[in-house]
Write a protein that binds this ligand. Structure first.
Ligand code: 2HA
Ligand code: ZN
Length: 270
C-alpha cells in the first residue's frame, strides 16, 4: 500500500520509533485497551511535496487556539486505538495532521482518515508550550506505568519531590537519566482542560515527566524513544523499591552525598 512514508526515510524513522515504543508500552502492561497517547511534532521532516498534498478531511476544530503551532505537522495515535495495534501498523492506527492557518483547526493528511487521540487539545497545548520555550522537545507520551501509578495511591509520595527523591535514590541511573525528576499533578478528570493546564504548569516548573495521580504519566523529550526511556527508568526505580519492600524491609536508598556526587559527575540540573 502507498504511504506518505515511502521515500521519506527520516520521517519513516520517526514513525518507526513510535511503533517500537507502542510495542514496549503494551509488553510492559502499561497500555491496556486504548490506554495512553502519543503525539510527535514532525514538522522538521516535512518537504514541499508533502505540503502540496490534498487533505483527506475537511478542517476540524482543535477546541483551542494555539498560536505557536501554526503550520506544524504531527503524527498522532488514533482515538480509541490500541497501542498494540499502533505497534504493528502505525499508519493504520494513527495519522499525520497539519495545523491550519489561524491555529484553531487541523486537517488529516495521511495515510488514512484516522481521527487523532481524544487528548489532542492537551497534547497540542503541550507542543505549543514547548515551542514558546524554544525547547528541542518534539514528542509527548501518556501511559499507565503500573508501579508509578501505584505510588500515587499514598499521600506520602504525592508530596512535592518525595517520589523523586526516593526514586533517584534506588539506582544511580534514575538520577542520571531522569535528571529533572517526577512532577505531581493531583487527581483530575481525564481529558479535562484543568488536567491539561496543570500538566503544562508542572512541566514549566522544570519537569520532563509529570505524574497524574491515580492515572498515569505524561512525558516530553526530544523524541518518543527518549520520552519512553525517562518513564522506563523511573518505573524501574519504583519496581526496585517495591522489590525491597516485598523482601520485608524499607530500602536504604543512596544518600544525599552520593546523589550530589552523581549530579556533579554528570553535570545534572537541580
Ligand atoms: O487515551 O489513557 O487518559 C486513553 C487515555 C486517556
Ligand atoms: Zn490515561
Amino acid at each position: 500500500m502507498k504511504s506518505i512514508l515511502d521515500k521519506r526515510p527520516a520521517l519513516k524513522a520517526e514513525v518507526d520509533k513510535v511503533a517500537e515504543v507502542a510495542g514496549y508500552l503494551w509488553q510492559k502492561g502499561w497500555a491496556e485497551r486504548n490506554g495512553g497517547n502519543i503525539t510527535v511534532n514532525i514538522t522538521e521532516f516535512v518537504d514541499d511535496d508533502m505540503r502540496a498534498l490534498p487533505a483527506l478531511t475537511g478542517p476540524r476544530p482543535i477546541g483551542k487556539t494555539l498560536p505557536h503551532i501554526e503550520g506544524c505537522w504531527f503524527f498522532c495515535k488514533g482515538t480509541g486505538r490500541r497501542m498494540r495495534d499502533l505497534a504493528r501498523n502505525p499508519m493504520a492506527n494513527g495519522s499525520i495532521i497539519r495545523i491550519l492557518p489561524g491555529c484553531g483547526s487541523y486537517e488529516i493528511v495521511a495515510d488514512a482518515p484516522v481521527a487523532p487521540t481524544s487528548e489532542l487539545p492537551s497534547h497540542l497545548a503541550v507542543h505549543d508550550y514547548l515551542l514558546t520555550k524554544g525547547s528541542r522537545y518534539r514528542a509527548s507520551l501518556h501511559t499507565h506505568p503500573i508501579e508509578l501509578v501505584a505510588l500515587t495511591h499514598s499521600r506520602k509520595w504525592l508530596e512535592k519531590d518525595a517520589a523523586t527523591r526516593m526514586l533517584w535514590s534506588m539506582i544511580p541511573e534514575t538520577r542520571a537519566f531522569c535528571p529533572r525528576g517526577l512532577g505531581m499533578v493531583p487527581y483530575m478528570l481525564p481529558s479535562s482542560v484543568e488536567l491539561a493546564e496543570a500538566t503544562i504548569r508542572t512541566l514549566e516548573e522544570d519537569y520532563d515527566v509529570v505524574m497524574w495521580e491515580k492515572h498515569g504519566v505524561f512525558a516530553v523529550d526530544t523524541d518518543i524513544m527518549d520520552a519512553f526511556d525517562q518513564v522506563d527508568v523511573l518505573n524501574k526505580a519504583a519496581q526496585i523499591y517495591i522489590a525491597a519492600r516485598g523482601m520485608g524491609f524499607e530500602p536504604e536508598g543512596m544518600n544525599d552525598v552520593q546523589l550530589r556526587e552523581l549530579g556533579e559527575a554528570f553535570g545534572l540540573p537541580k
